[in-house]
Design a protein around this ligand. Sequence first.
Ligand code: ADP
Ligand code: MG
Ligand code: MG
Length: 219
Amino acid sequence: MDALSGAHIAAWIERAADVMEREKALLTELDAAIGDSDHGVNMARGFTAVRSRLGGLDHGDVGALLKGVGMILLSTVGGASGPLYGTLFRDAGQRAAGAAALDLAALAGCLEAGLDGVKRRGKASPGDKTMVDALSPAVDALKAALSAPAPTGGPARSPLMDGLARAAEAAQAGALATVPLIARKGRASYLGERSAGHQDPGATSCSLLLRSLAATAGV
Ligand code: ADP
Ligand code: MG
Ligand code: MG
């Protein structure tokens, strides 16, 4: 697969809704340790709402589709993560406006725009123990895949699939690397040093989202 069409983005959302439902208990458990135990419910509710309203969105324009996803997340998920994930999809969609499909370069640009939006809205930097710790390395991995494609001889993958595999791995590593960090943003920051020793729920859901996207592309 060389590019993600609207149909692929819709398939991603369907898969993400299943994954968030399946991992609801894990996300809730992580949020129970350093937050208020609602991250699993928030994510499952948001992606289930998007899935049920996919039919009303324009699948011919990937930008409009992603933006529509963002607007539904903004209106259905409360707390910190709703506005932040809403901004991620909305700003990614704005960057992709009018595109019928996204190749690796377009996807990298679009997720970078989403990351910039999340950072602008939440004021978090890498290392603050938030979803940025999974998203930022994923964007870096997509950009690295663009400038340094996988050497031949590895698995036979398109540049897009190679980039998505590397992004999903980077996001997972980023989520795991939040364990020792002291939270500097969001509810977990109220705990100060007691937030160390726990994996950040939002970084974990972000890793699940990127894993779902890679799986949608057949990686
Ligand atoms: P709430 O904390 O309002 O209950 P959630 O539990 O749904 O919302 O989401 C918590 C997650 O949101 C955190 O684990 C963290 O990854 C993310 N988060 C919180 N504040 C910020 C922020 N300012 N910037 C980026 N991500 C944040
Ligand atoms: Mg919470
Ligand atoms: Mg909450």
